[in-house]
Design a protein around this ligand. Structure first.
Ligand code: 16G
Length: 239
């Protein structure tokens, strides 16, 4: 399996061999992998080489290290295609996961300059600020802060607590049209790591979405922090 004459670095070959076992399902989520020493003996390479391969796989989210226990195969990342404009509820359902939300706060605030601009409303107008942890099969995936102009529709805490914001909006007779979204890498800060149940400094994806209705009015500005170890965004491109 490992070809010492290959121009491919040994750590890379080991990495690929482990990845294959995970991708083919030979090693399922939660499987404890062999120790560095065992790998080094099996492949007849140095422990440093094995460590490099494992470090890379930990960083890429394939493996998780548990202090004092060992290294385990991580849960598969949820893949989200950046194609249609979908809600978290729809995304999770279409993948066979049970969506849920944990409402952190729901309040009406006055729009500051930045929010007023993004939502195309005068400054100081009322907006809903909704903070939710989004869960899939009870595992926290993202922490979302949503701003919606209050003049647009009446939102009740009880509806948002359990249900889908997009359903509320559509049930109120609006049609959601399009969104612009940015994606950037970052690391979890204190509060975020606690809410998302990850270690401080773990990789996260920051997403900002501005969504518009068919009548041209902005519906929402959403700032989301997605777990880097659980989420993967896919983009199809055609030339
Ligand atoms: C997604 C959207 C968010 C939207 C939410 C509605 C991203 C990055 N964000 O999380 O903008 O507010 O769905 O979800 O995809 P809901 O209808 O389930 O409440």
């Amino acid at each position: 399996m490992i070809d010492k004459k290959s121009p491919m670095p040994l750590y890379f070959q080991i990495e690929e061999a482990i990845k294959q076992k995970i991708e083919k399902g030979e090693w399922i989520t939660g499987t404890m992998i062999s120790s560095e020493r065992e790998f080094a003996e099996n492949y007849e390479v140095s422990r440093m080489t094995v460590r490099q391969a494992i470090n890379n796989l930990v960083n890429d989210g394939y493996l998780t290290r548990q202090k004092g226990k060992g290294t385990f195969v991580s849960a598969k990342k949820i893949e989200q295609k950046l194609l249609g404009l979908t809600s978290f509820t729809e995304d999770m359902r279409s993948r066979g996961y049970r969506p849920a939300s944990k409402l952190i706060s729901f309040q009406t605030i006055s729009a500051n300059q930045r929010l007023a601009k993004a939502l195309e409303i005068p400054e100081n107008q009322k907006i809903y600020e909704i903070k939710r942890v989004r869960l899939a099969n009870d595992i926290p995936m993202a922490f979302e802060t949503t701003f919606v102009p209050a003049q647009l529709l009446y939102l009740q805490e009880s509806h948002i607590k359990e249900g889908s914001l997009y359903s509320e909006v559509e049930n109120a007779g609006f049609k959601i049209d399009y969104a612009t979204q940015s994606l950037e890498a970052s690391i979890a800060r204190d509060a975020e790591s606690e809410i998302l149940e990850i270690t401080k400094g773990a990789p996260v994806l920051l997403i900002e979405r501005q969504t518009f209705l068919t009548n041209g009015m902005p519906l929402e500005l959403v700032h989301s922090v997605y777990r880097g170890d659980r989420y993967k965004f896919m983009i199809d491109m055609k030339r």
